[in-house]
Every structure is written in C-alpha cells, then in structure tokens.
Write a protein that binds this ligand. Structure first.
Ligand code: HEM
Length: 117
C-alpha cells in the first residue's frame, strides 16, 4: 500500500512537471501560448492529488490546509488555461503576457507550497 501511495505521488509530480515543462518550453520558444499539454498536466495533478487526499494507508496524517490551498491554486490554473485557450481559438493570437506568465507562476507556487510547507 505504501509503495502504491509512492507511485501515485510520483505520478502527481509528473503532472506538475508536465504543466511547468510545457509552459517553460513555450516561454523559451517565445510563443506565449497555452497548450493542450498544460491541460493534461492539470488533469493528472488533480486526479492524483484527489486520490492522495484520502487518508490511506490507515494511520497516515495529512496537512489538509496545505492540500486545500493547492486545490484552490489548481482550480485557478484550470480557469486561466480555459480562458487562454478560448481566446487563442477565437483570435488566433498569443495570450496576454500576464495571463501566460500566471500559468508558470501558479504551478511554481503550488510546487513551492507542497515542498516548503
Ligand atoms: C499544480 C498543483 C500541485 C503541485 C505542483 C503539487 C505538488 C506536490 C508535490 C511536489 C508533492 C510531494 C511532496 C509532498 O508530499 O508534499 C505533493 C503531494 C501531495 N499533493 Fe500535491 N500538488 C498540486 C496539487 C494538488 C492538489 C489539487 C491536491 C488535492 C486535491 C494535492 C494533494 C496532494 C497530497 C494529498 C499529497 C501527498 C501528501 C502526503 O502524502 O503527505 N496536490 N504535491
């Protein structure tokens, strides 16, 4: 059971890596667009995060305020991505820079909270 939990934590971190990696790749290429890969990263982080939020195996203690804050950040991130994707589809243009940078900043903040708290 502990090994299974560790595997889910690993997948959870892969979800973060996909969001941040996809964002960093766009930023490095100076494209300033949100991509489908970022959506998939959010989905993986959310599903694995929810699975980890259940107290298993028995006896494990979880930091629910920290989990709650990460959930709020991920929901906001999902909203930003939804908005950006819709604008890109409609106008064909890159998204506004603050919106684009907020994707990287939100993912980074969630990871910082996870590791530092
Ligand atoms: C982009 C958003 C997120 C990032 C970057 C992130 C990052 C991480 C990282 C690096 C860990 C491993 C370190 C640790 O154990 O604290 C972790 C664990 C965990 N995350 Fe997240 N997370 C995110 C979103 C979420 C969400 C939305 C939930 C729940 C709804 C969640 C629930 C958890 C739980 C329950 C653990 C395991 C904590 C434990 O076993 O002590 N995470 N997260």
């Amino acid at each position: 059971m502990e090994v299974l939990r560790s595997v889910v934590v690993l997948l959870h971190i892969v979800g973060f890596a996909v969001i941040f990696g996809a964002w960093a790749a766009e930023a490095a290429a100076r494209r300033f667009r949100t991509t489908r890969l970022m959506d998939y990263g959010v989905l993986v982080s959310l599903l694995t995060g929810l699975a980890l939020a259940a107290p298993w195996p028995a006896g494990i203690e979880l930091n629910y305020p920290k989990i709650g804050i990460k959930l709020v950040i991920l929901v906001v991130l999902g909203g930003v991505l939804g908005m950006s994707n819709a604008r890109q589809r409609k106008t064909g243009q890159d998204v506004a820079r603050p919106l684009f940078y907020s994707v990287g900043a939100l993912a980074f903040t969630a990871a910082a909270i996870a590791v530092l708290w």
